[in-house]
Structures are given as C-alpha cells and as structure tokens.
Write a protein that binds this ligand. Structure first.
Ligand SMILES: CSC[C@H]1O[C@H](OP(=O)(O)O)[C@H](O)[C@@H]1O
Length: 392
C-alpha cells in the first residue's frame, strides 16, 4: 500500500474536541482508502478509533452506532462508497455497477436518518454523471497512456465525499449562528440524545447554538437527558460539552418534566433524523414526550437540523420509517457485558425514534435561518422545493 495521507478535516472551533469524529485516509491510487472513525460506543471511557477499510466494516460501524447521528452517518457513508474494491481491469461500466451496488448496500445500514440517503444520492449522481469522467480520459489515447476513466471517476467520488463533509461543517456553524438568538437569553437549556459535534462533521446541530454562544462569551448551562437505552446524552453529549467547557448536568429522562415544572428549563433544543414536509420531526426516542411537556409548560421547543434532513416527499411524520433496534439494548443497558435488567420471558420493544408533530415545535433552526411555527408552506418556501403531495 502506498504512503497514507490522512485527509482529515482540520479542527478550528471549540466543538472540534470531537470534530475528529470522522477522518478519511487516501492511499496511493486510493485502492486502500480507509474511513477512520472515533468509536462512539466506547465513549466516554476511552477514545478509540475504528478504521474501516471495507464496505462491510463501514456498514457494521453505522449499524452498531460506532458512528451515529444523521449528518455523521451520511458523511461516513459517502466516504464508504470510495472503499468499494475496484479492479484495475474493470471497465468504466463494471466500476459504475460496483459503486451503485455499494451505495445500495450502505443504504441498508439504518432506515430513519434521511441524511444517509441524501449523501448516498449525491454520490450516486457522481457515479451516473458523464461529467464525472474527465472528457480527455475518454479518449483512446489517454487510456493507452495508462490514464483511466475509472480512475477519474474514483477521484471525483473522493472529492464529492470531502465536499459533503465540508458542506456539513459550514451548515453546522450556520445553524449555530441562526439558533444563538433563540437561546441568548436562556440560563438553562435541556437537550436530548446527542446532536453535537459527534453527530455531525463538527459543532453539531442542537448543540451548535450553545457552542456558538459559548464562543461569543455567553455560556449556558445544559441539562442533558441521559437518553435510554443507549445513553447518547450521558455518554456523548455530556462528554463533548465538558470537553468544550460548557457546564452540563446529566439527568435521567424521567426527570425532565419535574425540572420544567420547577421552572429550571428555559428552552429545549434537539436534533432530528428526518423532518416531513409538514414539519413533523423524527428524533431519538423520548423526544416526543419532551415536546408535550414543553407545550404544557409553555417552554420553547426547538428542532435544529440542516435542510438535508427534510424529506419533502413525505407529507407527514406518520410516513417516516422508524428503526426498530435489538431488544438486547433495552434488556442490557450496560451492553453485552452488562447485567440483564429484564426477565428473560418478558418482551421488550426498542424503537430508536419517535415523531414530534409540527404543532408542538416552536421553530425549526436550519443553516438557512429559522422556520417559526413550521408548516408545509413555510417549509417549502424555506427549502425552495415543491410541496409534497398532500396524502393521508
Ligand atoms: C444531528 S442528528 C442527531 C440525531 O441522531 C441521533 O440518533 P442516533 O444516535 O441513533 O444516530 C439522535 O436522534 C439525534 O438527535
């Protein structure tokens, strides 16, 4: 294998303590590229890297939440496409077929976060676009010289994956800027699961306004729901906020309502995995009850997400596919080595997400601005796309 050149995205912001969530390594001719992931299943006890060199390794890493968070799995999957084994003898047509097969395989890793499919669609567009192959490489002379149209297309795919990564960095910072005005007067903000730098390229979505304000001298206190069963809030949000010097208190999910009733929560901000055309938002299980409690207690409830989290083909949140995960995650909260907390002959269910109706969302904060009281017309205008067909 040639000498490795780690093409990581350089860290610049305070949230970048975790921005090394995803790194990409390019070897000579990229026949041995690798996607280098911070293994989020090992946080907060250890900082362990999981280096994926094959499609099955990357698929498994997404499936096991080694890398997780809607934008982060999109970025990882985009890089994952370039891990596709292409033989030097492959024709352009054969290579294109292998890349499309890889895209369709990676699309089976998790069903809910639309960012995964959005990123894979961007990669598919490169594979299928004639412009992705340098015209001069199409000539017989270039091929005779050893240049390869397959090589040209592979380079275009790597470039697109890096662009997806870089675009996400810019989107997260914009979300931070747009959301900061909503939280600037708050003292205590509650969040659920992890929608920070670990869930994105860096800086996060729900945590972005908090990091932005912290960078500009206004530091909030954050209540982090532990977020059962996988505890992304306790393990990941608390870790990255503490790394960034933002005061954070972990609470059990069941404590949130009491804190709101006592007046200890000034606002709630969460991420999203998929937002339907009418503004209904799917997010980590336990988000919907927070929205209901916030509505009852008249506390602002914000969803922060880039516009590539909107799925305008779905008219309502009832149509969002909800990932059903292994019940073992509920039975053994400490993981395979932990104690079983549920009697063997008792059933469990483990939906990874729930859906919050748009009417419970005060505003959706994106990289383009803020959608107040979201509805289908405002979202279509905001995203600049045709309105989804009204069904159901
Ligand atoms: C910035 S998207 C974060 C979003 O993704 C999380 O789900 P998971 O940890 O299963 O990937 C959760 O819903 C977060 O809000």
């Amino acid at each position: 294998m040639g000498s490795d050149t780690t093409a990581s995205v350089n860290s610049t912001s305070i949230a970048d303590a975790s921005s090394e969530t995803i790194r990409y390594r390019i070897a000579d001719r990229a026949q041995c590229a690798a996607v280098d992931l911070l293994d989020q299943t090992r946080l907060p006890e250890s900082l362990t890297r999981c280096v994926c060199e094959t499609l099955p390794q990357l698929h498994d890493a997404i499936r096991r939440l080694v890398v997780r968070g809607a934008p982060a799995i999109g970025i990882a999957a985009a890089y994952g496409v370039t891990l596709t084994p292409i033989e030097s003898s492959d024709s352009l047509e054969t290579a294109r077929t292998k890349w499309i097969d890889a895209i369709e395989y990676l699309a089976t890793s998790r069903p809910t976060a639309v960012n995964l499919f959005w990123a894979l669609d961007r990669m598919r567009a490169i594979v299928e676009s004639p412009e992705s192959v340098s015209p001069e490489l199409e000539s017989m002379e270039a091929t005779a010289k050893g240049a390869s149209s397959v090589e040209s297309l592979r380079v275009s795919l790597v470039a697109e994956a890096i662009r997806i990564h870089e675009d996400d960095r810019a989107m997260c910072r914009s979300i931070g800027r747009h959301g900061s005005g909503r939280l600037a007067e708050c003292r205590n903000v509650l969040t659920h699961c992890n929608a920070g730098g670990l869930a994105t390229s860096t800086f996060g979505t729900a945590l972005a306004p908090i990091y932005y304000l912290h960078e500009h001298g206004k530091t909030l206190h954050v209540y982090a729901d532990e977020t059962r069963p996988l505890l992304q809030g306790a393990r990941l949000t608390a870790w990255e906020l503490a790394q960034a010097g933002v005061p954070v208190t972990v609470i059990t999910d069941s404590m949130a309502g009491g804190l709101m009733r006592q007046g200890h929560v000034d606002a709630i901000i969460v991420g999203a995995d998929r937002i339907a055309a009418n503004g209904d938002a799917a997010n980590k299980i336990g988000t919907y009850p927070l929205a209901v409690l916030a509505h009852y207690h008249r506390i602002p409830f914000y969803v922060a997400a880039p516009t590539n989290t909107f799925d305008l083909a779905l008219a309502s949140g009832d149509l969002i596919p909800i990932e059903q995960r292994d019940g073992e995650e509920v039975r053994c909260p400490g993981g395979p080595s932990g104690r079983t907390m549920v009697p063997e002959n008792v059933d469990v269910i483990n939906p990874a997400f729930d859906v919050t109706p748009a009417e419970l969302i005060t505003a959706i904060i994106t990289e383009r601005g803020v959608i107040e009281s979201p509805n289908v017309d405002k979202i279509a205008a905001h995203c600049g796309s045709p309105i989804a067909n009204e069904v159901g």
